[in-house]
Design a protein around this ligand. Structure first.
Ligand code: SF4
Length: 411
């Protein structure tokens, strides 16, 4: 297919596809899905080889959020029945992080619900980062605390944070349909603050909220302009008790096309499969490793993922390797820019475009936040006759273990 040959050539040269080319990837048929995966897989291997980076979520503060993000089970008025708790103590968070690191993760993502942190909250998280870094040499720490005020990104950087996550989630044009309590521009501003403070920016999207192909291309092109080092791609988990509970729009093939499009637009950026991996890709998860070079290990913020051991076995069976702590995630040209600290992200070259745009929103939660998954294996066996685009509520289980409980975490 000429389209795919063109996109592979561009991806290997870190050239931006046109919007029409990105839309054409989303419009390919299920018959072509293996060709699409093979093409985007060449770009993935060029920049990331066969490595898979594992990230581990620690939900520092769960639920009780005054914001109204429609996709989120932690929002005001959610009746999902998730775990609700206030800030974990540094030693509790450090224990949870250690479980993920022992399972093979190299990055710990510290997430808190809410519009954004107070300065006191930032101090609290600074203590947690310090505790985790003291006890786990070489660990990468990403904070995800919502909208940042002036000076907070710098404070987190000083405390040892390596990265900050705040997702754009959806296109600027549809943002107001998803959330009314903050704006798309607020989100962009926080991503830019993270960049300016020298933090590695992590910003991504949620697919499956009823958006059009144009919306998906818009948000991915906006992300490319923001130039994050990592782009988490969430597939909406339509959790009961949230306004989007009926939005079961995704098939495994659709998820693969979306990941391929993101890979072509951001060829040398860490593309992470985030919430919804197990719910929407299901048995097609191994194919998605040919597109993304990063996943979350274990559970998400408010829902359960498949067993950490199953993640590791899937990676090995598919012929990939877990990225070690001594391996650099990003290709050399991007890693050097990151090492140079801040502003450099604005630079050109580095793959995902210039750092002009505005940013993304409250982060966290987009990802695992309103996350995903799993469910008992007996339920899966009973549901095998369900068509690819039917609701799979049987695969969604609210998290009842790990942080905020007395039970061991899944890692
Ligand atoms: S996504 Fe974040 S800000 Fe929005 S409702 Fe959920 S926890 Fe609150």
């Amino acid at each position: 297919m000429d389209l795919l040959n063109t996109l592979v050539d561009k991806g290997l040269r870190r050239e931006l596809p046109t919007r029409e080319e990105a839309l054409a990837v989303l419009a390919t048929s299920d018959d072509d899905v293996l060709d699409v995966v093979a093409a985007a897989g060449k770009v993935r291997r060029q920049w990331f080889g066969r490595r898979v980076k594992l990230n581990y979520l620690v939900n520092l503060k769960s639920g009780l959020c005054p914001e109204d993000c429609s996709y989120c089970s932690q929002r005001l008025g959610s009746s999902t029945g998730i775990l609700k708790y206030s800030w974990l103590k540094p030693d509790e968070a450090s224990r949870a992080a250690a479980a993920g690191l022992a399972g093979g993760a190299k990055r710990v993502c510290l997430v808190a619900s809410g519009r954004g942190p107070t300065d006191r909250d930032v101090d609290r998280v600074a203590g947690t980062i310090k505790a985790i870094k003291e006890q786990n040499e070489g660990v990468e720490v990403c904070a995800c605390l919502g909208l940042l005020s002036d000076g907070q990104a710098e404070r987190l950087r000083e405390a040892g944070a390596d990265a900050y996550n705040h997702n754009l989630n959806t296109s600027e044009g549809t943002y107001g349909d998803i959330t009314t309590t903050h704006t798309y521009a607020d989100r962009v501003d926080t991503v830019n603050k993270a960049h300016a403070a020298g933090l590695s920016a992590c910003s991504g999207l949620i697919a499956g909220m009823g958006e059009s192909d144009e919306d998906l291309v818009d948000v991915v092109f906006s992300l490319r302009e923001l130039d994050p080092d990592s782009v988490p791609v969430n597939f909406l988990i339509p959790v009961e008790g949230t306004p989007l509970a009926k939005e079961w729009n995704l098939t495994p093939q659709r998820c693969l096309r979306i990941l391929a499009m993101v890979r072509f637009v951001c060829p040398d950026v860490e593309v992470r499969i985030a919430g919804g991996r197990e719910v929407h890709l299901r048995t097609m998860q191994p194919l998605a490793l040919h597109l993304a070079n990063s996943i979350f290990l274990g559970d998400y913020l408010t829902t359960e993922g498949q067993a950490g051991q199953a993640d590791l076995e899937m990676i090995a069976d598919a012929g990939f390797t877990v990225e070690g702590a001594d391996e650099v995630t990003l290709p050399q040209h991007r890693a050097e820019l990151q090492g140079a600290g801040c502003g450099s992200h604005g630079a050109e070259g580095a793959g995902c475009g210039s750092h002009t745009a505005e940013g993304a929103g409250c982060g966290s939660h987009a990802e695992g936040g309103c996350g995903s998954v799993c469910g008992s294996h007996e339920d899966v066996a009973a549901a095998v006759t369900v068509a690819a685009n039917e609701p799979r509520t049987d695969l969604v289980a609210v998290r009842r273990r790990g942080a905020g409980t007395d039970l061991a975490p899944n890692a």
